[in-house]
Design a protein around this ligand. Structure first.
Ligand SMILES: Nc1ncnc2c1ncn2[C@@H]1O[C@H](COP(=O)(O)OP(=O)(O)OP(=O)(O)O)[C@@H](O)[C@H]1O
Ligand SMILES: [Mg+2]
Length: 385
């Protein structure tokens, strides 16, 4: 079931169009990430969903109801901001109570006779709700502290707690981890994913960090220039990108792209690199051949059809070593993943040869769209030859 539907959402500021007719169904209970480079329109889309920004065209639906004209406060969505927006003079417990007190006590306090009594009952309920939420977030011991006395990660959880006590339809988060240091950011990825699983709530998460999107999401929408280029599960987007811009954006180190063309038989060809026949007969069209670093492996220089070059940089990540190899007399660079055992013996400035692993390659047409290979796995064509 869709929790949220965005229909043909467009947004312009003056003559500048920042979102172009975006359609997106967000499923109930999923962790959906909007990911893309800076300025592609992620925050604008999230703010339209929250009601903080009015779309120039299109409709927003929440739980089957059109809400395009509904005020942010009445959409029952919880926005967790990058800056956390906790009140510095209140304790964490008081911060977490605020949204509930504003909502419930204001009604109770308007009733002159039963108001104070109702207020007490409500207060106890609210306290209990705060305790329960704090338990889920493991911040029970911090409830009496002020935000200034917490670490970045704890503040993050307190801000989430404040959003959670309202039991919203969905949590909207705009780069919530960007203020944290690198180690904590990575730790919080798994915390958030775990929290999502335990809450079974809908999360809409904005980030420019493709690694965050890959590691946390059920589905990710890759945005560029105000469009969603691809929507899918992380492994689908990584392994089967439908657009060259998606292939380049997702994955670190980046995918290697070789310029080539389709020959008269429909093979994608780039110098020595020949790939199996593509389905479309688009002879002589210019194409790009995409090879991820892990699609390449070192081999003997004598192997027919391999590529060779000089190692100009070694990136040691512990579990993997990435070799940056200058090919074509230094005109192009390719990144090859090796194991530490293999990579350690390769010295900077040495010459290496590598080939494509069987069945691994992507071909993109001149329009940037993916061209499917007829049969990548059982190609009769040599791997790199
Ligand atoms: N109020 C505004 N007036 C004019 N242009 C705006 C306004 N708000 C955003 N923009 C423009 O709209 C585009 C999309 O902005 P948005 O904040 O949605 O990008 P983003 O994908 O969230 O980027 P980042 O990763 O840097 O946060 C940008 O080019 C931005 O300059
Ligand atoms: Mg933004």
């Amino acid at each position: 079931m869709s929790a949220i539907k965005l229909r043909s959402i467009g947004k312009s500021y003056g003559t500048t169009s920042v979102l172009q007719r975006i359609d997106l169904d967000i499923r109930s209970g999923e962790f959906l990430t909007l990911v893309g480079p800076s300025g592609c329109g992620k925050s604008t889309l999230l703010r339209i969903l929250a009601g903080l920004e009015v779309p120039s065209s299109g409709e927003v639906e929440i739980g089957g109801m059109p809400v395009t004209d509904v005020r942010p406060a009445n959409r029952n969505l919880a926005m967790v901001f990058q800056s956390y927006a906790l009140y510095p003079h209140l304790t964490i417990a008081q911060n977490m109570m605020t949204p509930l007190r504003l909502r419930d006590l204001s009604t109770a306090e308007r009733l002159p006779f039963v108001g104070p009594m109702l207020g007490r009952v409500k207060y106890q309920q609210i306290q209990q709700q705060v305790q329960e939420t704090a338990k889920v977030l493991r911040i029970e011991a911090l409830l009496d502290r002020k935000p200034g006395q917490l670490s970045g990660g704890q503040r993050q959880r307190a801000a989430l707690g404040r959003a959670m006590v309202r039991k919203p339809v969905a949590f909207l988060m705009d780069e919530p981890l960007s203020n944290l240091d690198a180690a904590l950011r990575i730790h919080m990825r798994s915390e958030l994913a775990e929290l999502h699983r335990s809450l079974q709530a809908t999360f809409v998460y904005v980030t420019h960090d493709q690694a965050e999107a890959l590691t946390m999401s059920d589905r990710m929408a890759v945005m560029m220039d105000g469009n969603i280029l691809q929507l899918g599960a992380p492994d689908e987007v990584y392994n089967d990108p439908q657009d060259i811009r998606v292939a380049e954006f997702v994955g670190a180190p980046k995918i290697n792209l070789l310029a080539g063309n389709l020959d008269s038989d429909g093979h994608a060809r780039c110098g020595e690199v020949v790939l199996s026949r593509v389905t479309a007969s688009r002879a002589s069209e210019k194409v790009s051949i995409g090879l991820r670093p892990e699609h390449l492996a070192l081999c003997a220089a004598s192997e027919p059809g391999c590529l060779s070059g000089r190692v100009v940089h070694k990136e040691n990540l512990g579990a993997d070593i990435y070799l940056h190899v200058a090919i074509d007399d230094g005109l192009h660079r390719m990144v090859v993943r090796t194991t530490p055992q293999e990579g350690v013996s390769v010295s900077l400035g040495s010459d290496v040869s590598f080939h494509r692993l069987h069945g691994q390659a992507m071909v993109f047409g001149a329009d940037g769209k993916r061209i499917q290979l007829a049969d990548a796995m059982s190609s009769q064509v040599p791997e790199v030859a």
